[in-house]
Design a protein around this ligand. Structure first.
Ligand SMILES: [Zn+2]
Length: 306
């Protein structure tokens, strides 16, 4: 009978259509919700990495600040701080984050899956900087026991220079113009721990020196102090650390590490001055190669280890 046959065919079509719909919904669900999982995973991992790097920059200060900073960063990147656990190593040298977020499904709910979990983790370490790629100042500190906030002479004034060296070092060419240029912009070259640098003897009196120092000091309009300063301020300078005492005359000295100071205002005696250059020692974090085994002179870098 034609009618019966039609009814049976219609039934088959309905079943087939339902099956096809389920497959289509399933595929759509996989595509939409799977895509959402994938995007969330990428975003969350980036946020966890950024939080680990940001938090580890405060490791030298204290672990609570490092943890708070990491949590603030995860929120800044759009995730609740409850999504992560932050751990700081006993020695304050590394910071680890383990996190997970829930992703609420749209299509997959049809099949009884309401949500998925996305996990991310990151470990960042903080260690002494072993190499400066640019910006090193042509000054020297011969002291390996630096105290935070204390004032240090980086270049002696008119009464100093008993060894012929006042504190200048030679980075690039010899002479006043290069010293002035290196004061102003920092040396445009790489200096590593273990490198030997020649001292630049003499209390150089030159317009280049004065211009370089005035540039550094006058570009600070923030009223920076050693415990409250603007990141990247021109008065924040990096100098190499040497051991022992300044040598007699132009000699090679070995770089033991790097230290950062907030430059004090310089009192110039006319015309250009044989002025003393000094600054307060601060601990600072920058980018660059690090080595946990290297002696810590207060300039640190951070990096992700996984
Ligand atoms: Zn400043």
């Amino acid at each position: 009978m034609p009618g019966k046959l039609l009814k049976s065919e219609r039934g088959s079509i309905i079943v087939l259509t339902a099956l096809v719909m389920m497959v289509v919904c399933g595929l759509a669900g996989l595509a939409v919700d799977g895509g959402l999982l994938y995007i969330t995973k990428a975003k969350f991992q980036n946020a966890v990495d950024a939080a680990a790097l940001a938090g580890s920059q405060s490791l030298y200060e204290d672990s609570t600040l490092a943890i708070n900073t990491a949590e603030a960063y995860i929120e800044k990147n759009g995730f609740n701080k409850d999504t992560i656990n932050v751990y700081v190593s006993e020695t304050n040298k590394s910071l680890q984050i383990e996190g997970e977020v829930q992703v609420n499904y749209t299509f997959m709910r049809i099949f009884g899956f309401n949500q998925g979990i996305v996990k991310a983790s990151a470990t960042a370490i903080s260690g002494p900087i072993t190499s400066i790629d640019s910006g090193l100042r042509p000054l020297a500190i011969y002291d390996t026991n630096l105290e935070y906030g204390k004032n240090y002479v980086l270049k002696e004034g008119a009464q100093g220079g008993a060894t012929g060296n006042y504190g200048y070092i030679r980075l690039g060419a010899a002479g006043a113009p290069q010293v002035g240029e290196n004061l102003k912009y920092g040396y445009d070259g790489t200096i590593k721990v273990g490198d030997k640098i020649k001292t630049q003897p003499g209390n150089i009196s030159s317009i280049h020196i004065r211009e370089g120092l005035e540039y550094l000091i006058n570009n600070c309009t923030h009223g920076c102090t050693y415990n409250n300063y603007q990141e990247g301020c021109s008065r924040i300078i990096t100098v190499p650390v040497f051991e022992g005492t300044p040598p007699n005359g132009a000699k090679y000295v070995t770089v033991r590490g790097f230290a950062v100071f907030i430059l004090d205002p310089v009192v110039f005696t006319p015309p250009y001055g044989h002025s003393q250059i000094s600054g307060r020692f601060i601990q600072y974090t920058t980018s660059g190669s690090i080595d946990s085994g290297q002696t810590d002179f207060g300039l640190r870098g951070v990096k992700l280890t996984k």
